[in-house]
Design a protein around this ligand. Sequence first.
Ligand code: UDP
Length: 313
Amino acid sequence: MRILITGGAGFIGSHLADRLLADGHEVLAYDNLITGSKANIAHLESNPRFTFVEHNVTQYIEVPGELDQIYHFASPASPIDYAEMPIQTLKVGALGTHNALGVAKAKGARMLIASTSEVYGDPLVHPQPETYWGNVNPIGPRSCYDEAKRFAEAITMAYHTHHGVETRIVRIFNTYGPRMRLNDGRAIPNFLTQALKGEPITVFGDGSQTRSFCYVSDLVEGIVRLMNSDVDSPVNVGNPTELTLLEMAERIKTMTNSASEIVYKPLPQDDPKIRRPDITKAQTYLKWEPKVGLEEGLTQTVAYFRQALLSSV
Ligand code: UDP
C-alpha cells in the first residue's frame, strides 16, 4: 500500500513509519518539524519506499499519486509544548484534520486519526471506557489540545457519515519509548533525563496522581490492527498497568542507579488525577493487548536516553 503519515518525523509517527516499511509498504511522511525531528527518520532516508516532505498540514496538503491509507498523527502532544503553542495545536487538530480528511476523500483512502485519552479530561469514571464522554475544561490550559482532539473526532465522524470516508479513531493513552525528546517535558523523559544527569527528579503535586504507560511498539501494533480492522468507532489503545507518578519516579531512580533526590513542584492546573484505559474493546475486536512490561520498556528507553544524552553533550 501507499501510506501517508502526518507527523511522520515525530515520536510515534516515526515508529509507525518503521513498522509500515517493514511490512513492505510505501510511506510518505509529512511533518513541519516543530516538535518532530529529522533525526527520528534519518535511518530511513536511503529507503526507496520512504519519502519525507517538510510541510505544515494546517495548509493545503498536496499528495501526488494514489493513496491507500492516511495515519493523521501531526500535533504537539506534550503539555509543555501545547502550552507554548496553543494556536498551532488547535489549528493542527482542527484545520490539519480537515485537510487530511479532504485528502482521504479525494484519494478514496482510509484514514485513522490519533485521538487521545485527554478527550476524557480529568475523568470521573475509572478506568475509562470509550463510552465515557469525559470531563474537560473547555477554556483551561489543556483545552487547546483536548478540544482540538475532540473536534478532530467529531469532524472525522462527520466525514464518515456524511461523505462515506472510511475512518478509524484511536484514543492513545500515555506512551513512552526511544525517540522521545530529552526536553519533551512529559514525565518519563523528564525523570530519565534528570536521573541520568544527577539532577533533582521533579514530581508534580504529591505524586499520588496516576497514569498507565504503554511501550511504543505495543501502541504501534494496536494502531495498525485498528487501521486494518472494520471498527469505525473510537478505540482506546494503552497499557492498563496503573501506577502513581511518585512510584514511577522511584522506579526510574532505582533503575538508573541515580543519586538524584526527588523534589516536589506544584501540580499544573487541570492535571488529571487518575488515568487508566479500559481496553476491553481493543481486546475483543482487535485481539490486541500490550506485551511489553514496564521493566523491559524502561530498559530500552533508558538505553536510548543514555545514548541521546551522550550525543547532546
Ligand atoms: N509530571 C511530573 N513531573 C514532571 C512531568 C510530569 O510529576 O516532570 C506529572 C504530571 O503532572 C502528570 C503526569 O506526570 O500528573 C504525567 O504527565 P505528562 O506530562 O507525562 O502527561 P499527561 O499524562 O499529563 O498528559
